[in-house]
Design a protein around this ligand. Structure first.
Ligand SMILES: Nc1nc2c(ncn2[C@@H]2O[C@H](COP(=O)(O)OP(=O)(O)O)[C@@H](O)[C@H]2O)c(=O)[nH]1
Ligand SMILES: [Mg+2]
Length: 189
């Protein structure tokens, strides 16, 4: 898969026709600050398409980006910062569940991004369970691998494989451009 164009369409907060407009969707989920926005930017070769490092937990919209005029990258709200308190966390959780379970959207692929140092957290385990229950294709991406040396990275990867019960984990760094191929090649559209 090669990305030729990417543009922001809109952010949604509730049911919206774009959820089911017929174009394939590749969705990105993960806790706040794992580098979700950075990963999307690295894939489209832009530093600015998605805003990086905004106050964690502030993005409570599902953001749609049109890629190659053919399919969407869907940036789901990051989960895990208590800044907005319990109510906010609950709201984000509900949006993710709504997107994965109830809209009937059925994304082509969900890319679950985790921080390689932090490993698989509760939210990630829950997300994996939902993805498996719903029979949705997914890919687990361990981001920020540049923060570890090779030995540490392979140890963390082993642990993540075990925790996720999943062999195919992509070792990633949004700062290392050639790696984008590792994700793009899994997007079969
Ligand atoms: N070292 C390193 N930092 C990263 C990487 N990806 C993202 N970051 C940093 O992590 C922070 C959060 O990134 P962001 O993309 O906003 O995370 P999001 O909240 O998941 O969308 C920012 O300071 C990024 O520069 C990576 O691969 N390596
Ligand atoms: Mg973000």
């Amino acid at each position: 898969m090669e990305i030729k164009s990417a543009k922001f369409v809109r952010g949604i907060v509730n049911m919206d026709p774009i959820l089911k407009d017929g174009l394939p969707q590749v969705a990105f989920i993960g806790r706040s600050n794992v580098g979700k926005s950075s990963v999307i930017n690295s894939l489209v070769g832009s530093k600015t398409l998605v805003k990086i490092g905004k106050v964690p937990g502030k993005t409570t919209e599902i953001n749609y980006f049109l890629i190659n005029n053919k399919f969407y990258f869907v940036d789901l709200p990051g989960y895990g910062y208590a800044q907005g308190g319990k109510v906010q966390i609950e709201k984000i959780r509900n949006m993710i569940v709504l997107y994965l379970r109830e809209t009937g959207t059925k994304p082509t692929l969900v890319i679950l991004i985790i921080d390689i140092k932090a490993g698989l957290m509760e939210f990630d385990k829950n997300s994996l369970a939902v993805l498996r229950e719903e029979g949705i294709n997914y890919l687990v991406v361990a981001n920020k691998s540049d923060k570890l040396n090779q030995k540490e990275a392979s140890e963390q990867l082993k642990k993540i494989r075990r925790d996720a019960n999943e062999d195919d984990i992509v070792l990633y760094s949004s700062t290392e451009k050639p790696r984008s191929k590792l994700i793009l090649d899994k997007i079969l559209l």
